[in-house]
Design a protein around this ligand. Sequence first.
Ligand code: ADE
Ligand code: ZN
Length: 336
Amino acid sequence: MTMTSEWVAALPKAELHIHIDGSLQAERMLQLAKKNNIDLPYGTVEEVDKAYQFKDLQSFLDLYYLGASVLREEADFYHLLMDYLLKCQENTIVHTEIMIEPQTYLANGIGFDIFMPGFKRAIVDAQSRWGISVLLILSLLKHTTEEECIEVLTMADGYPGDFVALGMASTEMGNPPEKFQRLFQLGRERGYRLQTHAGEEGSADVIWGSLRVMQAERIDHGVRCTDDPQLVDYLCSRQIPLTVCPLSNVRLRVFDKMADHNIIELLKKGILVTVNSDDPTYFGGFLNANYQALVDAFNLDKEDVLALVKNGFRASYLPEDRVQKFLDELDQMEAG
Ligand code: ADE
Ligand code: ZN
């Protein structure tokens, strides 16, 4: 079936892999830096764009944490999230699961009592204005110690029901899942769903480790699974979702170009792959730009796009009846 870019852009979608700090827009970053007297190595949007050239994950993370250092007051967190939720409207994202990384803010002396009210106020406003569905993921940082992560997990106990899942992000190399065994146990005991970044720069072994040690039910990225056919079979038979981020993977040189990306190969093998933006303002596009880049590189048809979009809902943490409602809506669009 043929389709238009407008058709792809207008489909109701879910986004499952978005770091809120990775949605910080350059104009907002510069405005907050000025307000909060934070020194940045760039003064204009053009200078920011020029600086966002990455050779690998670490070169990106350095600028990503620097960018987030401009966030200091409750209203800053409100605007950060509200800016993203407005982008959700433009991208017809009807459900989003957003990673919040408290350690980034705590390192600047900003506590839960500052950022959580800002985030929660934005969610209430966006839900009342647009009816968008939002879940939060408590994302801890692999480059920090297990003790620090447990401390943050304990701080989050003061916000019961606000986080649906515990996730792990940041530097994969040298920080295997085995480092966080006790943290995962504590997360499980608290009833969090468990997910982690794995197999982005790291090998298929990191994905295996995450499945064994963390008992992760969802893998962020996971694209290196194709290095191990047994792992591909395992992910397929268990329908363990991969939250894949095409533009991110090309910008961070996981793949040289979009046509080399393996997401469509994985889709055709029956793996539950989903499309996401990761850090959209750093990697050149929000969710629709990621779909469009795949359509262009692989000449996708309507069935392929719908399969990816449906996977986004299937892989979500929504209750089954809510998932089914979204899938029914998509089926009606397919028929219409
Ligand atoms: N934090 C933000 N973006 C990330 C990515 N792509 N990989 C690991 N950690 C991240
Ligand atoms: Zn990520």
